[in-house]
Ligand binder design. Sequence first.
Ligand code: ZN
Length: 160
Amino acid sequence: MTTDEQLLLDLLNSTPLVAGVEQDRLKETAAWAETPGRDGRRALVAVRSALQNVVRGEEAPSALTPFLRDVRQVPAMTPDGVTWTLEAPAAHRTAIRAILAWNELKATKPGRLRPCENPECQLFLIDRSKANTARWCSMASCGNRLKARRHYEAKTRGTA
Ligand SMILES: [Zn+2]
């Protein structure tokens, strides 16, 4: 996982449900620590929400357009050829890195970033399995819990 993929995943996963109540753990993320100022942090919260909706398929990617204002890729010629540097207002740079990491994943690993299938979980996962069949953000928390519950439900219906 690249640093920016981790940054994106941590940002997306900073609103976990605990006993059905949404928590806000944004302040515990590296993205928060790296984002200066009130304006930047407000933008980070907005980008998180937009990215969550886009990955859940509840909003079109164009929801991210407003955050890309004032962003430029600037070319420079080096002995090895052209290199590109991201230019963005310092306050928004981390949020923009998260958006670009999402874009990169979409392009290079389509469908791999998705919501956990546990309906009582609102975390996201990046599936790295060969078969692309991972369903849970974590087997330990969501996978086993759901399996146990299905087993219990099947049992109480008298079918197990
Ligand atoms: Zn989960």
